[in-house]
Design a protein around this ligand. Structure first.
Ligand code: F3S
Length: 66
């Protein structure tokens, strides 16, 4: 099973919880919005991505399992 992480640019408001919870998976762009550093996490990073998604107030992060 592989996992894919994406951020909906239209929903992200720059709250930053994703970067605070998983700075190795998310970073900010020049405007203060999040972008994904590693879109196909593995191992424990899947849980970090899921935690970031669960804690985004805008529900902008999608973690898709295939
Ligand atoms: Fe944006 Fe949500 Fe992160 S609003 S900065 S994706 S916590």
């Amino acid at each position: 099973m592989s996992v894919n992480v994406t951020i909906d640019d239209l929903l992200c408001q720059g709250h930053g919880r994703c970067e605070a919870l998983a700075p190795h998976l998310f970073e900010f762009d020049d405007l203060g919005y999040a972008r994904v550093i590693r879109s196909t996490p593995a191992g424990h990073d899947v849980e970090f991505a899921a935690s970031a998604a669960a804690n985004c107030p805008e529900q902008a992060i999608r973690v898709t399992r295939k």
